[in-house]
Design a protein around this ligand. Structure first.
Ligand SMILES: Cc1cc2nc3c(=O)[nH]c(=O)nc-3n(C[C@H](O)[C@H](O)[C@H](O)COP(=O)(O)OP(=O)(O)OC[C@H]3O[C@@H](n4cnc5c(N)ncnc54)[C@H](O)[C@@H]3O)c2cc1C
Length: 395
């Protein structure tokens, strides 16, 4: 299709910015509208497997990523009290050799800043801040985006990359189911100098136990330890990344867990413990119209249990650009995109929800057996990491 199409993206998160950079790199005209007054991300970690890193490399970001990315050697699933190893997924060189790109642990703010810088370099006026989208209209000839301050933006294609509370999703799909999972997520960052030297190898440790699990990995070239604690909790609370809760509650949640977890929690800044309600949104299958579509969390919000939400947004970004390049009309491209992304993203969303049970089995032998039966190392190699959004056939 002609590259003089005007693409409008709502949302400058990881998905929207990756899509903008991919479009610009391939010669499309694109504008991004972001509700926030400054471009920023919260302090937390993101795991990014080869399927997403390939897209970042395609944007020419290898050298910059190497400055702050951590290359974990493995995923290690350990018992919450004894630290006994239940399962191991090799990462490091083995992952890179098998799938053609590394597995990274990244600080969200570092990745977001790098993507924003890349978009600015390609098109300095591409991103408009203080631009909250409220609705859109479409016709056979184009699409119009309405902002809350009355501005109306005209274009050919609209992409809603506006996250889990997407206004564009609400218009396309109406009200969709949102169910509290019964889990909250704690998050915190710890400078490694506050921890005993070499407390953990360069791995991602998933501590598995009754009614809760916890994930730890290094960020920012090893300068920070990322802690995420996922705990069953009766009380639904706000779905907000910036809600703080008392450190004492976190400490209580992990009472009796392994000494390494106690050491990490004890070293955490007591005024910077964040807690977040995790909601489940079942997959949907009709997120495209004639001229509008959704990308990232707006399309397929997921629980974090397969560490693949941002990776899916990055994959979407590469695939939507290819769909517009390959199709003879915008409506065809919107359908091609949806058709080629639904099965994979639904499988990740459902798989993430199911993983929760595996990590929480009370009995040690039953947990060992369940890990052996599922063999995450093999199954993730077969379909999760081996996907290449830049080259997969689009049918
Ligand atoms: C605890 C936890 C751990 C996670 N860990 C991982 C991990 O290890 N690996 C991984 O791949 N993923 C992980 N994720 C998921 C990942 O964070 C998300 O999937 C990813 O950030 C989605 O990116 P996005 O660009 O689609 O949405 P967002 O990052 O939410 O960006 C949306 C943007 O749109 C803007 N916006 C919203 N509404 C409007 C509007 N009306 N008008 C204009 N702008 C608007 C917002 O301000 C924001 O900038 C995790 C999530 C959680 C909760």
């Amino acid at each position: 299709m002609k590259k003089d199409l005007k693409v409008i993206i709502v949302g400058a998160g990881i998905g929207g910015l990756t899509a903008a950079a991919q479009f610009l790199q391939r010669g499309f005209s694109v504008q991004v509208y972001e509700q926030a007054s400054v471009l920023a991300e919260v302090g937390a970690g993101i795991q990014s497997s080869s399927n997403a890193v390939k897209v970042l490399y395609d944007l020419g970001l290898k050298k910059e990523l190497d400055v702050f990315a951590v290359r974990p050697q493995a995923f290690e699933y350990r018992r919450y009290d004894t630290a006994e190893l239940m399962h191991r997924i090799p990462l490091g060189q083995a992952h890179e050799d098998a799938f053609g790109a590394p597995y990274f642990h990244l600080h969200r703010a570092d990745l977001h800043e790098l993507l924003a810088r890349t978009v600015h370099r390609l098109a300095p006026d591409c991103i408009t801040l203080n631009a909250k989208a409220i609705k859109y209209e479409e016709s056979d000839h184009g699409v119009s985006l309405h902002l809350i301050d009355g501005r109306v933006i005209h274009g050919d294609v609209l992409i809603g990359a506006d996250g889990i509370k997407s206004a564009i999703r609400a218009q396309i799909l109406g009200q969709t189911a949102v169910n509290y999972t019964g889990d909250i997520a704690w998050r915190g960052l710890i400078p490694v100098e506050k921890l005993p030297k070499g407390i953990m190898e360069t791995v991602s440790t998933v501590w598995c136990g009754p009614k809760k699990h916890a994930v730890m990995y290094y960020l920012r070239a090893g300068a920070l330890m990322n802690f995420v604690g996922l705990v069953e909790h009766d009380q639904p609370e706000e779905e907000s990344w910036t809600q703080k809760r008392p450190w004492e509650e976190l400490k209580r949640d992990y009472e009796g867990w392994h000494p390494m977890i106690q050491t990490v929690i004890d070293a955490m800044d007591k005024d910077a413990c964040y807690r977040y309600a995790l909601n489940n949104r079942p997959p949907v299958s009709n997120w495209s119209t004639q001229r509008a579509t959704l990308l990232g969390d707006a399309a397929h919000p997921t629980l974090p249990y397969m560490a693949s939400g941002a990776a899916m947004a990055i994959e979407d970004a590469a695939v939507i650009v290819r769909c517009l390049e390959q199709s003879s009309s915008v409506p065809d491209a919107m359908q091609l995109f949806q058709r080629n992304r639904i099965d994979r993203t639904s499988k990740i969303v459902v798989g993430s929800t199911e993983s929760r049970g595996l990590y929480r089995i009370e009995d040690v032998q039953a947990m060992k057996q369940a890990f052996a039966d599922q063999d995450l190392s093999k199954s993730r190699a077969q379909w999760l990491y081996s996907y290449d959004p830049l080259n997969v056939a689009l049918v």
